[in-house]
Design a protein around this ligand. Structure first.
Ligand code: NAP
Length: 497
């Protein structure tokens, strides 16, 4: 395969200690869908025979010997490194990776791309566009720029380099903030993106794991027509939203991609504005941005105005429209279990945070008789008076002997799975226990309720319905609920997150 013709490729980075293992891993990576493999020769701990190594690998190869000063493991002399890279050119490597200061040692060799690479593990320099131009002057066949993102504007600046590129470019940001740029680079015409195939790889912050990368993202279908969405929050690494939205796009053949945007509280405005150059068409919004998302929006639903917080921003012709699909999710999960009418149901909400606010206003609107109960009384009082609902003190909560009991606290969430906001012997068969916590799927709260023969509703249902409502707002398609439910259950059962 000609690497200079490659589009939307995935390059499996192979960092093994022995040549035999390196060959095995390379060939395994091809079987699993890699388009090329990067041989990180600097990880080998034995004598290196480049010709022998290349002979045994069944697909396109990129040879890299990264020096310690550039973030690799190579500490031996520079001349032997140069010799080995020259051998790689001669003995059939499809590409070699070399830094600007030694580029002159590598005249062009037909069939072997010279990638001029630049790595910065501390920052994205202010003059990165000047550096990019200087790299192009050396006339490599491809330029690679990987810089650490300290904020989302760094990622935006890196992605803007594609507009000015005259030579094929692979430019992205490292770190968790930089992760979306690794996928957006493919939309911007990067021939491939790197993914980690080995346990040994160190010093590649934010690099995706090969299997996750190709299973979550429909890499081959990305183009500059692809609609970009994502979830913004801090932290965001454990979010299940990218998996369920991307799986839904794939099943419906919708041309979209959904990314995790790690955005700190102070980076909200610059990030959302910066990503309009992509553009990002919609955001799911989580802690700590829900209130800011509402005040930033140009239009919002009445419910969002009442709640004072949004978990969804949809791009419109004049800004962003705000919605709160947590509220939709709460109502849909309950109706799915209890039937359509909620009118006059007695409800006790445990908690007074973001999710509790959405639940209180939504359930009141649906006709329920709602009371709020929170550990910190003051917060409960504020919510109860804003929503015009009743209040129960935290110590008196167990007097609620029948009706719909909704846990909107974070109590019982992984890793504190043995905790519950409700004493086990205070559940009755007249309770309907709904836990908004969805990790673990079966919380202590729900287990105790089921033991007392109460009806139970788990947080997965709310999670799926709130995501489905976002999907409908983002794409105008009907969300595939079964695919969403299956994806989230698989993810939660596979690993504790
Ligand atoms: P939040 O704004 O931080 O509110 C947390 C609430 O939990 C507050 O009311 C807090 O009471 C209470 N709390 C925390 N620790 C407690 C303890 N040890 N004892 C008693 N109360 C305690 O969080 P949020 O955004 O509302 O999220 C709450 C939960 O909802 C999350 O943990 C998450 O699992 C779940 N959630 C579910 C979905 C879904 O789709 N299923 C979506 C989002 C969130 P104080 O005011 O006294 O601190």
């Amino acid at each position: 395969m000609k690497l200079n013709k490659l589009r939307n490729g995935v390059c499996a980075v192979i960092a093994e200690k022995t040549s035999d293992q390196m060959v095995r891993s390379c060939n395994q990576a091809f079987d699993l869908g890699a388009d090329l493999v990067e041989l990180r020769i600097d990880f080998l701990e034995e004598e290196i025979f480049v010709e022998e190594l290349l002979k045994n690998i069944s697909g396109p190869t990129l040879v890299t010997i990264r020096r310690k000063i550039d973030g690799g493991l190579w500490v031996k002399d520079e001349q032997s490194r140069i010799n080995m890279l020259q051998q790689a050119q001669k003995f059939g490597a499809n590409a070699i990776d070399v830094e600007a200061d030694c580029f002159q040692h590598f005249p062009p060799v037909s069939g072997c791309l010279r990638i001029l690479s630049y790595h910065n593990f501390a920052q994205t320099p202010a003059d990165i566009d000047v550096l990019h131009k200087a790299f192009e002057v050396k006339r490599p066949e491809l330029v690679k720029i990987a810089c650490f993102a300290n904020n989302n504007s760094d990622s935006v600046r890196i992605l803007n380099l594609y507009k000015r590129a005259n030579i094929p470019l692979i430019a992205f940001c490292m770190g968790s903030i930089g992760f979306p740029s690794r996928v957006l680079a493919l939309i911007k015409n990067s021939p491939w993106m790197y993914a980690n195939f080995s346990d040994n790889l160190v010093n590649a912050p934010g690099i995706p794991i090969f299997k996750d990368f190709i299973s979550v993202y429909d890499i081959k279908s990305l183009s500059n027509q692809t609609n970009v969405f994502g979830v913004m929050g801090d932290p965001i690494g454990h979010s299940l939203s990218p998996a369920i939205h991307n799986a839904s796009y794939k099943v419906l053949g919708y041309d979209g991609v959904y990314l995790p945007f790690h955005i700190s509280a102070s980076d909200f405005l610059t990030s959302i504005e910066g990503y309009q150059t992509i553009p990002v068409m919609g955001f799911s919004v989580t802690i700590p941005h829900k209130e800011k998302a509402f005040s930033f929006s140009t239009t919002s639903s009445d419910l969002v105005k009442q709640i004072g917080a949004a978990n969804t921003l949809v791009k419109t012709s004049n800004g962003f429209h705000a919605e709160n699909t947590d509220a939709t999710g709460v109502i849909a999960a309950i109706k799915n279990k209890l039937g359509e009418t909620l009118d006059k149901r007695e409800v006790l909400i445990l908690g007074a945070g973001g999710v509790a606010r959405a639940a209180v206003f939504a359930l009141k609107k649906a006709g329920c008789i709602v009371k709020v109960c929170n550990r910190s009384a003051e917060r409960a009082e504020v919510l109860a008076s804003e929503a015009g609902v009743g209040i129960v003190s935290w110590n008196q909560r167990h007097d609620f002997k029948s009706g719909l009991l909704v846990n909107c606290t974070s109590v019982g969430m992984h890793p504190n799975e043995n905790d519950s906001p409700w004493d086990s012997n205070c559940f009755t068969e007249n309770h309907i226990a709904f836990d908004t916590v969805y990790n673990p799927i079966e919380t202590r709260f729900l287990r105790d309720a089921a033991q007392a023969k109460a009806i139970v509703i788990d947080g997965i249902e709310m999670f799926v319905y709130q995501a489905a409502a976002q999907f409908n707002l983002f794409t105008s398609f009907n969300a595939p609920l079964d695919v969403m439910r299956k994806t989230v259950l698989e993810k939660l059962r596979r690993k504790k997150i």
